[in-house]
Design a protein around this ligand. Structure first.
Ligand SMILES: [Zn+2]
Length: 271
């Protein structure tokens, strides 16, 4: 039986070897840093942890981490999740503050292998659910690696409107959406999942990066925690696109100037 001091994660770039407790602390630290960088976090906030169908395992790590930080922050954590994950949430997350959204109908109107479509549709539903639940901030479980992949996807598609998906914060939605792990490499969160994975279930959305992932790992190689873009450069890039495009009233993503909703929300029938 492994004890809690057994090394479970090796950070290539820093040479650190983390045991389970240190790993959890590193995740907490990354989440606090991501939140404080937005300038939106205050004490005693009502914070929604989003467990999306598109990334349920990362969502559970996020929810558990926010619940652990609850006392330190004096905040209240609520859970916003896809109804397909009801069992997962009940088994994995110890709170009664759970608000679910129905993904069935909107997901039937989109290509569920398209990462941009999946994030936009789910985010639209999560924003509305968080708002109704009185959340002041909606935290997604996206890591810096996810944001990098979304940025590459937008660039490879030649679809600058999709750059909004790579932003660590969407400040104009109500409530604002923050990528909770924008200060963590994807592998750090994956290491927690690998230690605790007990999840099964049937996702409706199965976003799949093809070209972006190939390109990303061909450059990042065996050191994938070395992501290309910093928080600052992602924000700068997307901020430039923001000057040219409008914002979808449903998901908060960029859309062509003059249209109220983006084409993804429109095809899913979302207002
Ligand atoms: Zn939209």
């Amino acid at each position: 039986m492994k004890n809690s001091r057994t090394p479970v994660y090796h950070r290539t770039y820093s040479g650190e070897t983390l045991d389970h407790a240190t790993l959890l602390r590193a995740v907490e630290k990354a989440l606090k840093k991501s939140l404080s960088k937005t300038g939106l976090a205050r004490p005693r906030m009502r914070i929604a942890a989003w467990i999306p169908d598109s990334a349920p395992l990362r969502g559970v790590v996020l929810a558990k981490t926010l619940l652990r930080l609850e006392r330190k922050y004096g905040s209240t954590t609520i859970i916003v999740a896809a109804d397909s994950l009801q069992d997962v949430v009940e088994r994995q997350v110890d709170t009664e503050h759970v608000y679910m959204y129905d993904l069935e109908t909107p997901a039937s109107g989109i290509d569920v292998s398209d990462p941009i479509a999946c994030w936009r549709i789910e985010r639209s539903l999560a924003i509305k659910t968080a708002r109704k639940a009185g959340a002041e901030i909606l935290v997604s479980p996206l890591t810096r690696t996810d944001l990098n992949l979304l940025m590459l996807e937008a660039v490879l598609r030649g679809e600058p409107e999709a750059l909004s998906e790579a932003m660590p914060v969407l400040p104009w939605t109500d409530p604002p959406v923050v990528a909770g792990f924008s200060e963590a490499e994807g592998e750090l969160i994956a290491a927690v999942i690998a230690r605790t994975r007990t999840l099964t279930g049937s996702n409706r959305c199965n976003p799949c990066f093809r070209d972006a992932k190939d390109l990303f790992y061909s450059v990042a190689g065996s050191r994938p925690e070395l992501d290309f873009s910093s928080y600052k450069s992602l924000n700068l890039l997307a901020g430039k696109a923001r000057e040219k495009y409008g914002v979808c009233i449903s998901c908060g993503g960029f859309t062509s100037p003059g249209s109220r909703t983006c084409r993804y929300c429109a095809s899913a029938g979302l207002p």
